[in-house]
Design a protein around this ligand. Structure first.
Ligand code: SF4
Length: 493
């Protein structure tokens, strides 16, 4: 029997979203590939957030051997993925790589692996395995966008993953794609701009089949609510269906602020076990929202944020906002305004990070054009492309001001005594939904740790002198006119 090993890489020492326990969910995407692999294969999955696939000292693989290895990766994992691929190929094991990074930068990935799968691999997976068995594995496949009907009667092998790593959280797909074009976001290019919706009955069946098996489920979509009346109605039917079928399950999902006026949907969500919603607030400065092209928030307008948060909370759902700093409009005063907003709005969780120019996004190309990217020694530097590192020269902020600003926010928002106070307030205000208040408290405690690492990362950058050097280079280049790059950056396709 042939053996396939599927790997979710994790750069050693990285502390990020994966350290928030509710986000450390099983790699459902690999669980799908496992069930799509023909039965004459033995399939193992290695999640490096749980165990390493290569030995720290020898650099050799830890899993004995395989006939074929598949690796998925977003950018911050890419260098680690290449190291694993190199170790496999040294042992004569062919490697296939897919995921957002390989999709955005297939030429780079092709230097380290035998075959690159761009976009979504689900529809092509059995063909790829068949090609491999017949000795005709292609250098590149384009899986296109998965029609959502494919998920009907197809469940990822959650049992295997749960038995192996004892995950407490799992994910479930209900939609894909996004019609917006926020400057920093890679979703439209990876998942397409068409909003794709999975049939409601199919989702309900999947919910039912795993009900009660996990402490919580995550709707992994970027926005489960959608932006059209039709999409909103569909999602209302989904949560109503959960209530009618008695599928009570703690869950949370990603959506946008436009859900706040839909009391009926919010009510069904609360009744179905929803503990909270994660919303990309991104900024409370209109100028920053404009520069990010975050039209979905501009449409609601910043002054309505308070009402939106209050209305969602009134249903007993915790509101988890995400915010990024380092926009060109941000100044040292932004941090104080954000701290006031967090405390005044009573938002339950606010995970704050640094704006990240993910590869091949409009933001990445703009900063590159403006000669402002300075961590460009790829592939090693891909590990910095997360919201916990600074990778570009700031406009109105100095690095010192950014460090002070994040420290100020920590003291006012994330210090343990403040988190305790916010927890007690949430208990009273979230419609007596203790699950939601506990959920928020747990995320906040986990985020406290991630946030401390973020501040340390900035301090390390300051000590290294790399930012000062980049700033000097940027200013010098600017004086000489446009067109000279800080460093050579491989053109993304
Ligand atoms: S940030 Fe959200 S709304 Fe904007 S493009 Fe990405 S998924 Fe769409």
């Amino acid at each position: 029997m042939k053996k396939l090993v599927l790997i979710n890489p994790h750069p050693m020492g990285n502390v990020g979203e994966e350290n928030v326990s509710v986000l450390n969910q099983m790699p459902v995407n690999l669980g799908y590939l496992k069930v799509l692999t023909p039965g004459n294969w033995q399939v193992d999955i290695i999640d490096e957030t749980q165990e390493y696939a290569i030995d720290e000292n020898t650099g050799d693989i830890t899993f004995g051997g395989a006939d074929l290895v598949g690796i998925t990766s977003v950018s911050y994992q890419a260098d680690r993925a290449y190291k694993i691929a190199t170790a496999c190929r040294k042992r004569g094991i062919p490697v296939i790589m897919g995921g957002i990074h390989a999709t955005s930068n297939p030429d780079e990935a092709a230097k380290y692996v035998d075959s690159v799968v761009i976009r979504e691999g689900i529809t092509l997976w059995s063909t790829i395995i068949d090609d491999f068995e017949k000795g005709r594995l292609r250098k590149r496949y384009d899986g296109g966008l998965t029609p959502m009907e494919i998920y009907c009667n197809l469940s990822p092998d959650r049992k295997f993953l749960k038995d192996k790593y004892k995950y407490r959280y799992s994910g479930i797909i209900t939609t894909a794609g996004c019609p917006f074009a926020c400057e920093f976001c890679s979703v439209p290019q990876f998942q397409g701009q068409k909003y794709r919706e999975r049939p409601v009955d199919d989702i309900l069946n999947e919910f039912e089949s795993i009900k009660g098996q996990y402490r919580g489920l995550i709707l992994t979509d970027e926005n489960f609510y959608g932006h059209s009346k039709k999409s909103n109605e569909r999602v209302r039917t989904l949560f109503k269906g959960m209530v009618e079928r008695g599928i009570y399950q703690n869950w949370f999902g990603f959506t946008s602020l436009n859900i706040y006026k839909d009391d009926e949907t919010l009510e069904y969500m609360a009744k179905s076990g929803c503990v909270g919603v994660l919303i990309g607030i991104e900024s409370i400065e209109e100028e920053s929202l404009k520069s990010m092209n975050k039209n979905v928030n501009l449409k609601i307008s910043v002054e309505n944020y308070y009402e939106a948060i209050a209305n969602i909370r009134k249903h007993g759902l915790a509101v988890w906002g995400t915010m990024v700093f380092g926009n060109d409009a941000d100044t040292s005063g932004t941090f104080e305004r954000v701290a006031d907003f967090i405390l005044d709005s009573h938002i339950d969780i606010m995970t704050c990070g640094i704006l990240c120019p993910f590869i091949n996004t409009p933001l990445y190309h703009r900063l590159n054009r403006e000669n402002r990217l300075f961590r460009t020694h790829f592939p090693e530097d891909w590990k910095y492309y997360t919201s916990h590192h600074l990778t570009y020269v700031l406009k109105k902020l100095t690095l010192d001001e950014m460090i002070e600003g994040f420290q100020y926010l920590y003291d006012r928002i994330f210090a343990t005594e403040v988190l305790r106070k916010r927890f007690h307030r949430a208990k009273d205000e979230l419609n007596n939904n203790m699950n939601a208040a506990m959920f928020a408290f747990r995320v906040n405690l986990d985020w406290q740790n991630v946030y401390q690492h973020l501040i340390q990362n900035l301090k390390d950058l300051q000590t290294s002198g790399d930012y000062e050097a980049a700033l000097k280079c940027y200013v010098d280049t600017d004086k000489q006119g446009k067109g000279k790059k800080l460093a050579s950056i491989e053109a993304a396709p």
